[in-house]
Design a protein around this ligand. Sequence first.
Ligand code: FAD
Length: 258
Amino acid sequence: MNILIVYAHPEPRSLNGSLKDFSIKRLEDAGHTVQVSDLYAMNWKASLDQDDSIDRPAGTRFDPSHESRLAFESGRQSQDIVLEQNKLRWADALILQFPLWWFSMPAILKGWVERVYAYGFAYGVGEHSDSHWGDRYGEGSMTGKRAMLIVTTGGWESHYGPRGINGPIDDVLFPIQHGILYYPGFDVLPPFVVYRTSRMDDERFLETCDKLGQRLDDLWNTNPIPYRQQNAGEYDIPECTLRPEIAPEQVGFAAHIA
Ligand code: FAD
């Protein structure tokens, strides 16, 4: 299988760097082909702006979605974006690996998503009408591919527990797992989270690698998070709201998991 790791940490000798090296070796030893987009090493441009389209008329008003669509459809996207989109087409599975920074991904990785996820490629896909609000949330360009997060946190596991002060980890990661990965059609596997990283030592590192290795071995037979599909009859369209009879007692993020 083809696996793309998009990795965001500025220091190769970090915990994240070691875990990334471990993952590459484990996957390659199992016979997979791995590509890594090491965003800091690539000096990835994080800001979405006018320079993302080639030959853009100077002085005209910049509309991010509209210009993303034009550039994607007319083959005028910046080459760094095209290369990453081709890696996504090639991949059977995507792994996003990062330290949790301010309850989300580092800005450089968010910038990868903003620029690579072009209109027509990751959003604005499929019919958009009052009866079909696009191919998204379970359908879209990434249908049939799997995705998983590898995340490290300073906070303890209890801080991210059901009543932990940081909010449950499933809620913290919901915008990434549901909003960024499920939206264009990935099957999203439960995340691999390493908590309380300041307490890492050689013994715990080996244990962590054992657990991570098992998750990588199981990449193709782990059940995805059962997010509800937008176009499978559980949502009213075009409101995109859960129908009243579906999980009537639930609100918020959890309501979108079957
Ligand atoms: P490192 O700092 O590189 O390593 C962590 C520990 O692991 C160190 O003790 C190191 O010696 C040890 N180690 C590294 N490699 C190995 C190895 N190969 N073998 C054995 N031991 C090893 N945390 C939260 O929970 N929530 C937040 O919102 C949050 N926001 C943050 C925002 C910013 C801007 C920053 C800088 C940090 C934030 N943190 C937050 C903490 C952050 O998530 C952790 O610092 C990070 O996950 C640690 O990962 P690292 O790769 O940088 O670890």
